[in-house]
Design a protein. Structure first.
Ligand code: ADP
Ligand code: MG
Length: 482
């Protein structure tokens, strides 16, 4: 048994997601990303004396939305707490957060695990405001502060220590990002900091029940970095323990240039946040009615659609997963299957020619030039044998994207792409193949029946793919055996 196999990693993730509200959590300042530094700052954001916060109802709604999508229990009686600490990017000297009463409790997020799936248990989802940004590299002598982000609404999604490898952590953040985008509560843009992840990592001997001492790696800003940081931490901890050392509880940071982490502070230096209920905001009570209305507004979730596509429409897991990669694609597919019953063909088109076209042209499905009705029209033509799939995808499909036309059938006719099933027309090709291949015809007649494929293939070539192979085969059989 290798050294590594002796140990098991235990991971808990804390993800901050910036809510896609127009304004901030406690005032009307714009929550938009970017802007000139300190453009989105009113006296409330800046924490001037005498200003009062007011809770953004949309942010509360989004937090509940996320909670319901994760099967959390929704807290009916909510209040905010002050988390006090001093930092230049925190203009009030405290952050308004939720301490003992997170708006969502428990719940889980389902991730892919091996051939199946696994529920990663959540501890909580709570609402809080973001801090501003300190910029250290803009000026030679001073640190600059931009308060545009200060007060922007966040939810923090905290898992139980229920993740056991870097790979699982990768899957979890991938799934979380899809989910927040799917239900439109966050744009999921990690590069802009809309999703930020802190990874808590510990190791223990396999079979051990007690959790080991954890370190927390802060502010991972890509899914790749989440994975790399955890991989590095696990290796580092195993090495420490194997050398007889002990793990100290630390906060660490990830250096993407070297794929390593380094300590920024030990736990002894931890802040005492002196939490107390926020006196400037009254507690808010959530009615059943409001929670129900949020629930009703939720779209079908990826897991539900995955199940439906496999169990009801007979799609493969792979096809279903491709379609459910993002909500816009699933929406398109849902519209498409209102116009065709050939679900497998619909999925093949979406995951084949359509995806390829969109990728090649760097387009999103929303920018796709064919409506679901138009694509269904094309599918029908193939299904009815009026055109074969290969000509439909390689010639008619691009033609439909590049021109105006009435129906796919008319355009195919105009471009002379329709399958030729007319026996008279096909017969000429069949005869010319028989004339040309006299030797092969003799062999066939002696019993080499496998040559039929060759004959039909020749006609297909001559017709540039348009000859209906079924009719052609029949013609050959008639002429050779008759
Ligand atoms: P803290 O008070 O240090 O913030 P919490 O108990 O609030 O710690 O947990 C923060 C995160 O760390 C959660 O996601 C939790 O699952 C995770 N966590 C807690 N203990 C451990 C551990 N020993 N190993 C790995 N993750 C842990
Ligand atoms: Mg923490």
């Amino acid at each position: 048994m290798s050294v590594i196999d002796k140990y098991e990693a235990v991971i808990g993730l804390e993800v901050h997601a910036q809510l896609a509200t127009n304004s901030k959590l406690f005032c009307g300042d714009s929550a938009a990303f970017g802007g000139e530094p300190n453009e989105h700052v009113s006296p409330i954001t800046l924490g001037h004396p005498g200003t009062l916060p007011k809770t953004n109802k949309k942010a509360v709604e989004y937090a509940i939305r996320m909670g319901l999508a994760c099967n959390c229990e929704i807290e009916r009686y909510n209040y905010f707490a002050r988390k006090n600490y001093f930092y230049p990017d925190l203009p009030k000297g405290y952050q308004i957060s939720q301490h003992t009463t997170p708006i969502c409790k428990g719940g889980y997020i389902t991730i892919k695990a091996g051939n199946g799936s696994r529920n990663i248990q959540l501890n909580r989802i709570h609402l809080e405001e973001d801090a501003g940004k300190s910029i250290h590299d803009l000026d030679d002598y001073y640190t600059c502060v931009d308060y545009n982000r200060a007060g922007v609404a966040l939810i923090e999604i905290v898992t139980e220590p229920d993740i056991f490898s870097a790979e699982e952590a990768w899957q979890y953040v991938t799934e979380l990002r899809r989910l927040v985008r799917w239900i439109s509560v966050c744009d999921g843009n990690m590069e802009e900091g809309s999703l930020r992840c802190d990874a808590n990592v510990s190791i223990r001997l396999k079979g051990e029940k007690k959790l080991g001492t954890k370190v927390e790696v802060k502010n991972l800003n890509s899914i790749r970095n989440v994975k790399r940081a955890i991989e590095y931490e696990i290796d580092r901890m195993i090495e420490v323990v194997e050398k007889g050392g002990i793990i100290t509880q630390q906060t660490r940071s990830f250096d993407a240039a070297t794929d390593t982490t380094f300590a920024i502070r030990d736990k002894e230096e931890a802040n005492d946040y002196r939490y107390f209920p926020e006196p400037d905001l009254s507690p808010f009570h959530l009615t059943e009615e409001f929670i129900q209305s949020v629930n009703k507004s939720l779209p079908a979730l990826p897991q539900q659609l995955m199940f439906k596509y496999q169990s009801q429409l007979g799609l493969s897991e792979y096809d279903a997963a491709q379609i459910c990669m993002e909500k816009e694609t699933a929406d398109y597919f849902e519209a498409l299957i209102l116009h065709t019953n050939n679900y497998k063909a619909a999925a093949n088109w979406m995951n084949g020619p359509v995806r390829q076209y969109l990728n090649e042209n760097k387009l999103s499905i929303e920018e796709f030039g064919l409506s679901p009705v138009q694509l269904a029209d094309l599918l029908k033509l193939v299904e009815e044998g009026k055109i074969n799939f290969s000509i439909a995808s390689s010639r008619l499909f691009p033609a439909m994207l590049g021109s105006t036309y009435n129906t796919a059938f008319e355009l195919a006719a105009e471009l002379n792409l329709l399958q030729v099933s007319d026996a008279n027309e096909l017969e000429q090709w069949v005869d010319s193949v028989l004339d040309k291949m006299t030797d092969k015809v003799k062999e066939y007649k002696k019993g080499k029946r496998g040559l039929m494929g060759l004959f039909v293939g020749e006609v297909k070539k001559m017709s540039r793919g348009k000859a209906d192979p079924k009719v052609v085969t029949e013609l050959f059989e008639h002429k050779l055996n008759g």
